[in-house]
Design a protein around this ligand. Sequence first.
Ligand code: F7E
Length: 345
Amino acid sequence: MKRALITGITGQDGAYLSKFLLEKGYDVYGAFRRTADLNVNKLRFLGVEDRIHFVPLELLEYSNICKAIEKVRPEEIYNLAAQSFVSLSFEEPVFTSEVTAIGTLRVLEAIRAINSRIKFYQASSSEMFGKVQAKPQNEATSFYPRSPYAVSKLFGHWISVNYRESYGLFACSGILFNHESPLRGLEFVTRKITYSVARIKLGLQDELKLGQLDSKRDWGYAAEYVQAMWLMLQQEKPDDYVIATGETHSVREFVEAAFEQIGIKLEWSGKGVEEKGRDAKTGKTLVSIDPQYFRPAEVDLLMGDASKAKKALGWNPKTTFKDLVGIMVESDLKLVEREKKGKGL
Ligand code: F7E
């Protein structure tokens, strides 16, 4: 039985990856921070929380990482932990870098010191392309990060490449474009939209307030993206891969598609912060702009080219944009119904 150690196990990707690896027959070890409450909601949602071995591990503390690796003796480490909210990284740039950039280096150093045969997956991000230098973006596209988060991820990416080239570590960097699901945190725009749409439908909320509506993202389904992480570590040679759908849609399109799921067609009027999205039938305002959600520097457009992963890993995204929005709205309608009855998750 292979052992995998996952940092960031309580997040969206940690939960889907755990389920996937358990189905593959792995023993799954999940790193958790002693300083934070262990929140297993996402793992519970997928019915796997009882099958995870939890191990204390703090990415800010080198000796702690070593202890965890010595105890678990994993064949594979998936480094999914990060301060991953782009907006917050402008407020907490130092903390973000400590966890997201130097945290990655600490894990790599620990692998080098303890057992350099451990395979390492680094969760890199399409945010590294930032102010994009080519369209679509692939593994050869130049990076231009636009936030402390993206700069930190770029460090994590290059230090993984560097440890592969300098010390022969089996380190892979998966450059994943935005990937969403019912388990996405509510602070991210897709889930904020689908949860709010469900609340509006069930009469618990009047309006959805958003920032930049014209940002475009390549949105895929997280459950499919974690399979690519595993595939990367099963190849003969370590390498880096872009994982994406190849399609791009604006936040505005996501909002429209989500409201369509509950039978509402939106009509837009006004410009800039005065823009409103109204129910085309009733004229009621359902979407408005709140400048607090604007970022000091924005990433306008992301669109990935995953041809390398398709060819080398045989990985292909299956869920369409419309299906993804549908899955998320349906799930949130059920959740909000339960919340309305006072039952919670
Ligand atoms: O924003 C705009 C916002 O926070 C998407 C992380 O997983 O994917 C994610 O990063 C877009 C941006 O994700 C709101 O300005 C408008 O243009 O959902 P997001 P992100 O910044 O793309 C990458 C791949 C990662 O690696 C990251 O860890 O939507 N937007 N109005 C808004 N965004 C938020 N959050 N909230 C709003 O109200």
